[in-house]
Design a protein around this ligand. Structure first.
Ligand code: PXP
Length: 250
């Protein structure tokens, strides 16, 4: 048993909007999902306004800003348009992600190290507006150093590859995440993690002491089809908390 600092759960509601957009119209309403998530114990709501508006649309962000009682983590590409929208709405947090039109989902981490001159002014403007900036990056020491140089206080480690792998390869990827999280602690970066997490693989990530927030969406929205969103989120919280109490995996 170990006592680790609390772990927040951010519920990503993008794919409620995906289902809505499959038919056009207004239902299912991502705002209703956000309210249910908050009542089920989510610490925050995450929504990614993609350049092509394939799921979340501008009016969803406006509604979340207006009605949400818990913090909004606005996921955004590093573009002037998205910086403008973030500055207009001033969400609690902005997570900068790489975005390619042809990808199905965010496939890799942001190249923070290779885009210093592009990212620095954007991060400075977001921070000056009081928005907590995070960078969605691979568990790579070079990218962590770049986050520090860019003045980002938070990084979110991409867990997509860890979730896709199995056996020894998955353990190796977990070790990379654990080492990156430990380095975050040394560098003074707040460490978050997310992408692809489910009940089956969330435990070892939840048990990493330096990880303070997980952002989870697709699995929860899928599970909600069978058990409802409230129950899916409560079960995720239970699995996370149980793993956190048990302590780090070897
Ligand atoms: N974190 C970030 C930065 C993401 O881009 C996403 C996907 O939009 C998630 C977390 C959540 O991933 P998933 O929907 O696979 O749980």
């Amino acid at each position: 048993m170990s006592v680790l600092p609390p772990l927040r759960l951010g519920v990503n509601i993008d794919h409620v909007a995906t289902v809505r957009n499959a038919r056009g119209g207004k239902l299912p309403d991502p705002l209703r999902a956000a309210a249910i998530a908050a009542a089920a114990g989510a610490d925050g709501i995450t929504a990614h306004l993609r350049e092509d508006r394939r799921h979340i649309i501008d009016t969803d962000i406006e509604g979340l800003i207006r009605e949400l009682k818990i913090p909004l983590n606005f996921e955004m590409a590093a573009t002037p348009e998205m910086v403008g929208i973030a500055l207009k709405h001033r969400p609690h947090a902005a997570c900068i992600v790489p975005e390619k039109r042809e990808e199905r989902t965010t496939e890799g981490g942001l190249d923070a190290a290779g885009q210093h001159n592009h990212l620095k002014p954007m991060i400075t403007r977001l921070r000056d507006a009081g928005i907590r900036v995070s960078l969605f990056i691979e568990a790579d020491p070079r990218q962590l150093d770049a986050a520090v140089a860019l003045g980002a206080p938070v990084v979110e480690l991409h867990t997509g590859r860890y979730c896709e792998l199995a056996g020894a390869a998955q353990r190796a990827e977990l070790s990379r995440l654990q080492k990156a999280a430990a380095l975050c602690g040394k560098l003074g970066l707040e460490c978050h993690a997310g992408h692809g997490l489910s009940y089956a693989d969330v435990g070892p990530v939840a048990a990493i002491p330096e990880v303070r927030e997980l952002n989870i969406g697709h699995f929860l929205v899928g599970e909600a089809i069978f058990v409802g969103l409230d129950q899916a989120i409560r079960e995720m919280r239970r699995v996370m908390d149980q793993a956190r109490t048990a302590g780090p995996s070897a």
